[in-house]
Write a protein that binds this ligand. Structure first.
Ligand code: AMP
Length: 944
């Protein structure tokens, strides 16, 4: 539209939706350069309130945009406002602006801090004068625009009062950063229609007080019985319990069947006892230090998870509180993974049946990067769960670090959530009615829009970080105020008495009753189902109680295997396959027919075909997994004509198990945590996370340390997660060579996980099948090759796939005469091919090369068997590509030494090392140095 036409429209007609964007554009241009618009427009824009002449800062564009949006709604209610029109009409625009200013910035003025310590800077936009309105306008009637006031016209004083009540009382709502107008309107309606304060019935408020009483009662009880014992109490944040209660009950009403909760230590015991229904006597046993566990290390009580079923208005709901390490935020993506697994099990693609609730502390929510990573996953294909309910127990201090100056640079601890346009509802923890309302809006929003939402429960921490801490040493003013603070329960009880809702006796009765129940050891979670419906969750019984074994029958009928192999190479007509990919599939067809040696990519993908054919779902994620970092997998075919994809492994047979493969966004930490959560919830599945390069897994070290390697020992939670970590010294420099084998081996003990370095296609095939076919569920770390993906010696036959199994040790099956062997070179991974090549070249008959394909659990017996025939053996060498201080040498030599020692009835054998010299970096940056080192270590293996 030409500007001249617009001017005409502006002067002569009401604004309508279509031209609002045009006006917005003009305004944006004006803000950048006032001379970029005509005089008439400039004159009009000049009349809009400005703070100090710096438009981009002081007149936020968004309120203006909103204002015009409102004006654009005039097809329903014309706002007869135009530049150059009457003063009255200009005022109408200003009123609309005022409304939007409250929607944008009302939260900054809201009374959300129970301690009253928050001192926000003055907010000029919320002053009438800022909008050139004054007391004289208070009785003038204006159109209410989109304000949900229940009337189209109201005096300014009523509009103003509604805005103050809605946006500046106990709820501070941030939602104007949301772009989607429908969502924004929905939220406005929910807050404005009740002025953020619904009239709850007596029963509802009685129930809220009862839950608050429970929250306080438990802490009081534990404080009196175990003074000074660490419990990370909820005191100061008791409203958390009625809030969670409402979230669970209301989600049940929506038909949710499972709720998975992740939280750190603060308030955890309270949640366990008062909502999840853990038996108080069990907790007491833990406090008394009596509780014993059969196996493993166990964990402290405030890290324990729990499962139970509760009754809701919509039926029984299964609750699962995830086990949590001391790391404060890493459990969030674990919860997401667990939720997604449950949704997949229920074939729920919308997220209707399983709800994730992630509970955070303010300091960690603002501080830890994995929070961002978890938000980033929230709408992606691989990781979305239909929206997560985030709840921040915001006690305004992080251990001893104060909110002001030190804890963050952002205004709120929740600001990161804006990156996914999540609505953020700050609520004063001392106003339980507001807490209830906030909870209802949050859960309703999640169900409606299937997006993340944040509840910021602003409260305080009555004691120190734990009960043995004295907080006034570091936060004197805050704690001086806290000492004078009445509890949320006391305040609410007094309010209900004052409003005539309950009598003082009734409120006291709740206190006495709760205490009596605790004393009697009764369950105090009133919705607990005593005979839970076990059909609501997965039955892990088939996987429990298995001792470690490396054996599994992974063989398969040859005909069936070939049929699967052919099937997984089928690409329907009409799909245009890219030239190199086509060649790969052509070769695979030949391999399936037995006409070509089998390579890695074929064997690996065939293992997936056999699993989905046999009812085991397969899920693979990681950066570039569809193709494979080194282009070996090509499990996803991209039609060159239209970009659509075809995944052959999803078309193996009707009714097959699911095959899911997704390239991940560029995260390691959250993604690996997610897959840990997924695999600990889906025992039937082969769940794989692949690192782009093995060393990148170091960004997810916390997941390895605190979940994968130790989760079974700490919490008895089994996990069959598989990690594929590309590894191998190919001269690519310090960063892309080593997957840091030593790190994984260092974490190995008590048969906690498996670390393998398969060297043939048949080996990876059987290893992946073994991981699922055995009922044992143990994490599997696989160091996968790079150059071996195309190495002409690294091939297998169909017979080896059909009839073989995963060999933990590959003995030297060459043509060596056993009696001539004087030296055994043990190795793992790709270096085997260098060693074998050297031996062939040199014609050495005195050296056997044995591959240890599984480094942990170390296959001693198999290795013993592999060297048993070498009666003239004098020397055992361990050869590795990694430097001396890395790789398997320091972590595994005691196992090898034992085997060497026991050879020849304990006559003993020395064990020597061939590898790169000790090095600070994993590998050399120069190809020439790499080559020389590689040559030397192979030479050493034979001759040193
Ligand atoms: P959940 O649905 O996570 O609450 O789990 C329900 C029940 O299944 C738990 O109480 C455990 O008995 C069992 N269970 C869940 N996950 C695992 C696991 N990873 N390893 C062993 N048992 C599990």
């Amino acid at each position: 539209m030409q500007e001249g036409t617009m001017e005409l429209m502006w002067r002569t007609s009401h604004m309508s939706g279509g031209n609002v964007h045009y006006v917005e554009d003009l305004y944006e241009r004006y803000l950048v350069d006032p001379n970029a618009v005509t005089d008439e427009w400039r004159n009009y824009f000049d009349t809009l309130p400005r703070h100090d002449g710096s438009p981009s800062q002081d007149v936020p564009l968004a309120p203006i945009r909103e204002q015009f949006y409102e004006m654009g709604r005039t097809s329903r209610r014309p706002a007869t406002v135009a530049a150059g029109e009457s003063n009255e009409n200009k005022k109408q625009v200003r009123v609309l602006q005022l409304i939007n200013a409250y929607r944008f910035r009302g939260h900054q003025k809201a009374d959300i801090d129970p301690l009253g310590l928050r001192k926000p800077a003055p907010i000029p936009d919320l002053e009438l004068s800022f909008h050139q309105l004054s007391a004289a306008d208070m009785d003038v009637e204006f159109q209410t625009g989109s304000l949900f006031l229940g009337k189209e016209v109201a005096p300014l004083k009523e509009i103003h009062a509604a805005l103050e009540q809605t946006y500046c009382r106990s709820i501070g709502a941030e939602f104007m950063h949301i772009v989607n107008t429908e969502e924004k309107r929905w939220l406005q309606q929910r807050f404005e229609s009740v002025r953020s304060k619904p009239n709850f019935s007596r029963d509802v408020r009685h129930h809220v007080l009862e839950r608050l009483t429970a929250a306080e009662g438990l802490e009081t009880y534990l404080a009196s019985k175990y003074p000074g014992t660490k419990r990370f109490g909820l005191e100061g944040g008791e409203s958390f319990i009625p809030m969670m209660d409402e979230l669970i009950q209301r989600s049940g009403k929506y038909g949710t069947k499972e709720v998975v909760i992740g939280m750190a230590h603060r308030g955890r015991l309270n949640l366990l006892i008062n909502l999840l229904g853990k038996s108080p006597s069990e907790l007491i046993e833990e406090f008394d230090g009596k509780k014993q566990i059969a196996k493993g290390s166990g964990d402290v009580k405030y890290h324990q998870g729990f499962s139970s079923n509760v009754m809701t208005p919509g039926g029984e709901v299964h609750l699962a509180l995830a086990f949590n390490p001391s790391h404060l935020e890493i459990v969030s993506p674990v919860v997401e993974g667990s939720v997604r697994a449950r949704q997949d099990r229920r074939e729920d693609t919308e997220g209707d049946t399983v709800l994730p609730i992630s509970i955070h502390g303010d300091a960690a929510f603002a501080g830890q990067g994995v929070v961002m990573e978890t938000f980033q996953m929230s709408q992606t294909r691989a990781y979305k769960t239909g929206g997560t309910l985030h709840l921040v127990i915001n006690n305004q201090v992080g251990f001893t670090t104060s909110r002001e100056d030190d804890a963050r640079s952002s205004e709120y601890c929740t600001d990161i959530a804006k990156m996914v346009q999540a609505p953020i509802i700050h609520v004063n923890g001392d106003d339980p009615d507001a807490v209830l309302h906030a909870a209802q809006v949050a859960i309703d929003y999640r169900q409606q829009f299937k997006r993340d939402v944040v509840l910021d429960l602003v409260c305080y921490r009555k004691r120190g970080h734990n009960e043995a801490d004295e907080p006034s040493g570091t936060q004197p003013l805050m704690y001086a105020k806290i000492k004078t603070q009445k509890t949320a329960r006391e305040l609410y009880a007094a309010r209900l008495v004052e409003e005539g809702v309950l009598t003082a006796e009734e409120t006291q009765h709740l206190v006495d009753q709760y205490r009596a129940d605790l004393d009697a050891g009764n369950h105090v979670a009133n919705a607990l189902v005593k005979q839970p419906n076990t059909g609501l969750f997965v039955d892990w019984a088939p996987y429990l109680g298995h001792e470690w074994t490396g054996d599994a029958d992974t063989s398969m009928d040859m005909k069936h295997l070939q049929a699967l192999a052919q099937k997984m190479c089928e690409v329907p007509d009409g799909i245009s396959v890219q030239r190199q990919v086509n060649k790969i599939y052509e070769d695979r067809r030949k391999m399936a027919a037995g006409g070509m040696p089998i390579n890695w990519g074929f064997a690996e993908t065939l293992s997936y075909a056999t699993l989905v054919d046999g009812d085991n779902p397969v899920r693979i994620t990681g950066q570039d997994v569809g193709r494979g970092t080194f282009s070996h997998r090509h499990a996803v075919i991209h039609n060159q004509k239209d970009g659509n994809i075809w995944v052959p492994l999803q078309h193996i047979k009707d009714g097959q198990a699911t095959f899911t493969i997704h390239d991940s966004y560029l995260s390691e930490e959250a993604v690996l945590a997610f897959e840990y959560g997924y695999s600990t919830t889906m025992p039937t599945a082969l769940v794989i996370w692949e690192a782009q390069f093995g060393d990148f897994a170091n960004g997810a070290q916390v997941v390895m340390d605190q979940f994968i390697s130790s989760g079974e020992s700490k919490w008895g939670r089994l996990c069959g997660l598989t990690m594929l970590l590309p590894h191998g010294y190919e001269g690519q420099g310090p960063e892309h060579s080593s997957a840091r084998l030593e790190r994984y081996l260092q974490l190995c003990a008590e048969h906690n996980m498996q670390v393998c370095m398969p060297t043939t296609p048949a080996q990876i095939y059987h290893l992946l099948r073994r991981q699922v076919i055995r009922p044992l569920r143990k994490p599997l770390v696989v160091l996968t090759p790079k150059s071996l993906l195309r190495h002409k010696e690294a091939t297998s036959t169909l017979d080896e796939l059909a009839g073989g199994r995963f060999e933990m040790v590959l003995a030297d099956k060459g043509n060596l005469e056993a009696s001539k062997v004087k030296r055994v070179v043990l190795c793992a991974g790709k270096v085997y091919y260098d060693l074998a090549g050297y031996r062939a070249e040199q014609g050495r008959e005195d050296v056997a090369v044995i591959r240890v394909e599984q480094l942990y659990p170390f296959p001693k017996e198999e290795l013993q068997a592999a060297i048993a025939d070498y009666e003239n053996l004098e020397q055992v060498m361990w050869c590795q590509e990694e430097p001396l201080n890395q790789g398997a040498w320091y972590q595994s030599q005691h196992h090898m030494r034992q085997v060497a020692d026991q050879h020849r009835q304990g006559l003993g054998m020395s064990l020597a090392f061939a590898g790169r010299p000790a090095s600070a970096a994993p590998a050399a940056g120069y190809m020439s140095v790499h080559n020389e080192q590689q040559r030397q270590l192979v030479d050493d293996a034979f001759n040193k």
